[in-house]
Design a protein around this ligand. Structure first.
Ligand code: ZN
Length: 393
């Protein structure tokens, strides 16, 4: 995927720099780690430092010293999740500023103008977001409004003439496959006016079984020649399944947030370095990892002893987790290029679920695209979300 700030290879995982900073790392460190696309939050940047400063800086890239690609969300998700006083009308989302309490209206046009000022390489439509656990007529209302707001975003994007910035549509429709299909049909009709499609409104606490079926439905109907971005996905197992179903991009705060709590990601599963058993463990997090933390052989015991008190520890684990995600997606990409992705999935999950307990939703979702994870394996057990035996009958 080639954009104004260089190429980004797909599939890719995008680390989240909410306030124009990956917590604990500088833009230069991110660039050195080989990351080429990160995410900033429009809602936060609009409040602080504000658009005036960003315009003066010549955009968010210059403001934060980031020379690679940048994606901004529309601000809609944060409005719903952070502001207690958000009211959605056809005109836009009315909310109280968390700093001044002042009523502020975010319209689709304004969201696009703000994202133009920020200057991100990928900008997102303002959508009407409902939690994935919401049911009833509100889900349909939000889906149709997201389609209407997409048209207003497209019109504003054209009016302000920023061809180097790429507008993405966001498929909504909750957990209702009928509504998802209508949304897909409507938004795909506008495919010539957008550069890519996101799958929104998932990863909000719904059952994994429903989650993967919604991703599969969307990926199946989205055009092949535009990138597909699954929002809010960051666990290794979710990423691998989503890619198998046809997703190209994902973002999540999980890898960087969990790092600050001392959890390092590995191909044998997450490692909680706050546990006592690591207090005298002098091994690096992962001896096969090429990140600066593991290469310098920083010990697990160092992290155990300093995680809550020394910020350097959070930086060390954050670097490791960012490299873990990037290397994972890089290996996925290589496997796809060599036409060996099914074999890669089998070998990855064998290591990841070394106890032989495979979550049924992973087995089922991969089966749906012709990958039999259990083929040739002995002593495996298919389990439900609580680790109990999954009964296919
Ligand atoms: Zn590492």
């Amino acid at each position: 995927m080639v954009m104004a700030h260089g190429p980004t290879l797909l599939p890719t995982f995008m680390p989240v720099a909410t306030q124009a900073a990956i917590k604990g790392l500088t833009s230069q460190q991110m660039e050195d780690l080989g990351v080429t696309l990160i995410l900033n939050n429009t809602y936060h940047l609009n409040l602080r430092p504000g658009i005036k400063i960003l315009r003066e800086a010549g955009g968010a890239h210059k403001f934060q010293g980031w020379r690679k690609n940048l994606l901004t969300d529309s601000g809609g998700f944060q409005l719903v999740s952070l502001s207690k006083f958000t009211k959605i009308t056809e005109e836009g989302a009315l909310f109280a500023s968390p700093f001044t309490g002042e009523p502020t209206l975010l319209t689709p046009e304004e969201s696009i103008s703000i994202q133009h000022a920020i200057g991100a390489d990928i900008i997102m439509q303002l959508d009407d977001v409902v939690s994935s656990l919401t049911t009833g007529p509100r889900v349909e209302e939000a889906m149709w409004r997201s389609v209407r707001w997409l048209d207003r975003c497209i019109a504003q994007h054209k009016r302000e003439g920023r061809p180097e910035q790429n507008l993405f549509a966001i498929i909504q429709g909750g957990l209702d496959s009928g509504l998802r299909e209508i949304c897909l049909e409507e938004m795909v009709k506008r495919k010539d006016s957008v550069s890519g499609f996101a799958i929104g409104g998932l990863s909000g606490g719904e059952a994994k079984d429903t989650f993967w079926k919604m991703i599969a439905l969307c990926a199946e109907k989205l055009p092949d020649d535009k990138p597909r971005y699954s929002m809010g996905i960051g666990f290794a197992e979710d990423l691998l399944v989503c890619v198998a179903l046809g997703v190209d991009m994902a973002d999540c705060v999980f890898p960087t947030r969990t790092a600050r709590f001392g959890v390092a990601l590995t191909r044998q599963g997450p490692l909680n370095l706050r546990l006592n058993k690591y207090s005298q463990d002098l091994d690096p997090i992962d001896k096969d990892c090429a990140c600066p933390t593991c290469r310098s052989e920083t010990s697990r015991a160092f992290i155990y002893h300093n995680i809550g008190t020394e910020t350097a520890t959070a930086h060390a684990v954050t670097q490791h987790n960012i490299v873990f995600q990037a290397k994972l997606m890089g290996d996925v990409r290589d496997a796809i290029m060599k036409d060996e992705y099914p074999a890669f999935l089998k070998s990855f999950f064998k290591g990841y679920y070394a106890n032989g307990k495979y979550p049924h939703w992973i087995v089922d979702s991969l089966n749906s695209v012709g990958v039999d994870l259990l083929e040739g394996l002995q002593n495996t057990q298919v389990v439900d979300e609580d680790g109990q035996n999954w009964d296919y009958a």
